[in-house]
Design a binder for this molecule. Structure first.
Ligand code: ZN
Length: 472
């Protein structure tokens, strides 16, 4: 076929793809992380303390010392760290460090003191770890984290804008054009809206609003936001916590703990929210990681959805799911939204949490793809790296991209190259009702492209690994 054009650009042999989209990420979370001490990959508590000391020296004006990214699964003893380790170095400044999955915090005594928490405080949907004498160990999980976090002074608007611009440039560097932002407060929506409107933020955002009063009131009065580069058409609900901190809600007890996980929403509130969204035509995106949480959400959705519907209600993560519950996705056209890098990051400890039987049906992306013959793919950054190519690597090869450990994790659940590319483009666009404007290179759609040096349909594992290590 021949095309005519006034201007022709030669890409000199590079490869052109539809604009890449991340179907589940935290843009604000990334910005926030850029203003905190980076604790990702730290293998010892000592290493964490060293990084905190260096960060504190550079940011001594801050009232609280904040960090994110620690993971006790990387420590030798795999045990949760304690407040004493922080107290020995940071006595006078409150310290609050988020776990890599964002579902737990590790704090020092000063932070507990500033928060004025009394002993024996209980939190629904949350847990405060204590030692044998009933003293706080310094670990707060899920809903309990807010006891501390509500006392942390927020960044100023100017600081936020600077951090959001940094996050934006990281997305641009990774050639990520679109993001589904998985859960924003009202003030965050307003700030992003104005920054995108003014062209200060270039990344285009499809946002899910958190079900807080101001957001609900806004939907009630004004409906959804549907601008060219900024849309808010969904509500994000949390059904449970995360697997790493044993907050994911399981049908049977954890393999390595005498508990089932945490239920973050009761069925009645969930029903009320779903009813609101159904009537207003708002998409629902619910975080569900454990098999029990997934079942609860699927059953609740099924009470509202017709068998053939175009509401595109989603479940975010769908990490552990009983194969006997898969049929709901197909029957009610519910969309799974998954993050392939999680399978690779979690593979070394997920077995301990779940045991042999359940692990087989966890991170089961190919089986989930088969339900609707599509799968929206994302990263969940800053839980994982922003790079969409790392998602591609994890989905297709199911092993660490640095190839230090090449044992693949249940290879039968890998995605094909085409399924993966679709998951990062057209399927992600579909999951945001945007498939008519973007997601593929077709007449009538926006001429937006991601241009790469590599051919994703052919690149070998080794070549892609080398490429990723070079472009860290
Ligand atoms: Zn998330």
């Amino acid at each position: 076929m021949h095309y005519e054009s006034d201007s022709i650009i030669s890409l000199k042999g590079k490869y052109v793809y539809p604009a890449l989209m991340d179907a589940h990420a935290h843009f604000f979370g990334l910005a926030e992380h850029l203003g905190e001490c980076n604790l990702y990959g730290a293998k010892t508590v000592y290493e964490i303390i060293q990084r905190l000391k260096a960060f504190h020296q550079k940011n001594s004006e801050r009232r609280w010392l904040l960090g994110r990214g620690w993971d006790q699964n990387l420590f030798d003893d795999k045990k949760f760290p304690t407040k004493e380790a922080l107290d020995s170095v940071f006595k006078d400044i409150p310290v609050c460090l988020r776990r890599i999955d964002g579902h737990a915090i590790w704090v020092n005594s000063k932070a507990i003191e500033e928060s004025g928490i009394n002993k024996h405080q209980q939190v629904k949907g949350g847990e405060i770890l204590t030692d044998d004498d009933g003293n706080y160990t310094g670990i707060f999980i899920d809903n309990a984290t807010s006891l501390i976090e509500k006392h942390i002074p927020s960044f100023s608007t100017v600081e936020w804008i600077k951090l959001l611009m940094k996050a934006d440039s990281i997305c641009q560097k990774n050639q990520l054009k679109y993001i589904h932002e998985a859960g924003l407060n009202f003030w965050q929506i307003k700030l992003l809206d104005s920054l995108i409107e003014k062209g200060i933020i270039k990344t285009k955002i499809y946002a899910m609003a958190l079900p807080e009063k101001e957001n609900i009131d806004y939907f009630e009065k004004h409906g959804k936001i549907d601008k060219e580069n900024f849309k808010v058409k969904a509500i994000k609900i949390y059904a449970d916590g995360a697997l790493g901190s044993r907050g994911a809600l399981l049908k049977n007890k954890y393999n390595d703990h005498n508990s089932y996980g945490l239920n973050l929403i009761n069925p009645d509130s969930l029903k009320r929210l779903l009813d609101f969204c159904y009537k207003k035509g708002i998409q629902v995106c619910t975080h569900a990681i454990g098999d029990s949480a997934n079942k609860l959400v699927l059953q609740s959705y099924a009470q509202f959805l017709e068998k053939k519907n175009d509401r595109r209600w989603r479940i975010e993560h769908v990490q552990v799911i009983d194969s006997s519950d898969w049929w709901y996705f197909k029957e009610y056209k519910i969309l799974p939204s998954v993050q392939p890098t999680h399978a690779v990051s979690d593979k070394n400890w997920a077995m301990a949490r779940l045991g042999k039987k359940r692990i087989r049906w966890s991170y089961a992306y190919q089986s989930l793809w088969q339900q609707n013959r599509m799968l929206a793919l994302g990263t969940d950054f800053p839980v994982e790296d922003v790079s969409p190519l790392k998602t591609f690597f994890a989905a297709v090869f199911r092993c660490d991209y640095d190839l230090k450990d090449t044992t693949p994790f249940y290879l039968q659940e890998k995605l094909t190259r085409e399924q993966t590319l679709r998951g990062m483009t057209i399927d992600a666009a579909y999951a945001a009702f945007m498939e008519k404007e973007t997601g593929s290179i077709e007449k009538g759609k926006k001429a937006e492209f991601t241009i790469l040096d590599i051919d994703l349909m052919k690149v070998s594992k080794k070549e892609l690994s080398t490429y990723l290590l070079k472009h860290q």
